[in-house]
Write a protein that binds this ligand. Structure first.
Ligand SMILES: [Zn+2]
Length: 303
């Protein structure tokens, strides 16, 4: 069984909303950049999004998952907009697709109610936070009601720390150490750090010293390794993560986005399978990382 715990659904509406939001935050800097130089998204990608309906996204995704023998994927939006589209998308194949919600501002009171409503559908199984883009530190106590609700509902919170492709990002909010306090205060809430911390690998390992409710996802190309003081092989990253977190707290992901040209990131899947093979893990540990942990953590049941 393979569960990809980190892929993206981006629709035209979601892209537009994210663009508008970031442009507002940057006081028009992004749209000015778009007029005078390269835009933040290439034209072909925008055109692909513009002509691709939800049903078509779902059709391509099932085809891609089948081709790569992936049983289920967990989809992340790129902002708070488009929940209806995400709901529509996952409802087309609830046996293959699950979703995260992603509040633009996790401190807003309405987010907790929104979460409670979405969780009832059974299709929304996680929350994504992006502190360096939302401008809200994960240590901000105004977000604590959300952490508490997530714990009560047994909904894990995935957080992007570290290096980001987002055009507007405050890197002061990218350090996973900010999670130390909330992870201790909300011991019933499970937190997942995306991309092994995307550059903050040392900090991710340090956090593992205390926290039993912190998980790590393996998603993406992991090319943040190029910006470490010493570049580490992917298998070495897996090895150290397993040594500190244990195989039961690591979740496989590819960070795939359909762009009209390339499909599922099979090269990421292959690269990570190879890294696991190089470590000669026992079958149980391998199965946990590739899907067992996600099934347990997100309550996806026996697949
Ligand atoms: Zn991602």
């Amino acid at each position: 069984m393979i569960i990809d715990s980190h892929v993206h659904l981006i629709t035209h509406g979601m892209a537009q909303a994210a663009f508008n939001r970031m442009d507002k935050m940057s006081k028009g800097a992004i749209s000015r950049r778009g007029k005078s130089g390269p835009g933040i998204m290439n034209r072909d990608f925008i055109d692909f999004l513009g002509r691709t309906e939800i049903a078509e996204f779902a059709r391509i995704w099932v085809e891609e998952l089948d081709k790569n023998r992936v049983d289920r994927a967990l989809f992340l939006p790129i902002g708070g907009a488009g929940l209806d589209e995400m709901d529509q998308f996952t409802s087309l194949h609830p046996d293959r697709f699950s979703a995260y919600m992603m509040p633009d501002d996790p401190t807003e009171k309405k987010v907790v109610q929104e979460l409670e409503k979405l969780v009832k559908s059974g299709r929304f199984v996680g929350i994504k936070l992006y502190p360096c883009v939302s401008g809200v530190s994960v240590a901000d106590e105004r977000a604590f009601p959300l952490y508490e609700a997530a714990g009560a509902l047994d909904i894990p919170i995935l957080i992007h720390f570290g290096i980001t492709m987002a055009p507007i990002a405050d890197y002061r909010l990218t350090n996973p150490m900010d999670l130390m306090l909330p992870s201790r205060m909300f011991s019933e809430t499970n937190f997942i750090i995306a991309h092994f911390g995307a550059g903050f690998f040392r900090e991710v390992l340090l956090l593992g010293f205390h926290a039993k409710n912190i998980y790590v996802d393996t998603s993406g190309t992991n090319n943040w390794r190029m910006f470490l003081p010493r570049v580490m092989e992917l298998s070495e990253i897996f090895k150290r993560a397993i040594e500190v977190y244990g195989a039961e707290r690591i979740l496989f992901g590819t960070d795939t986005i359909l762009n009209g040209k390339t499909g599922y990131r099979d090269f990421v899947l292959a690269e990570q399978l190879k890294a696991l093979d190089d470590l000669a893990l026992d079958q149980d540990a391998h199965n946990l990382i590739m899907g067992g942990n996600a099934a347990r953590l997100f309550g996806l049941g026996e697949l």
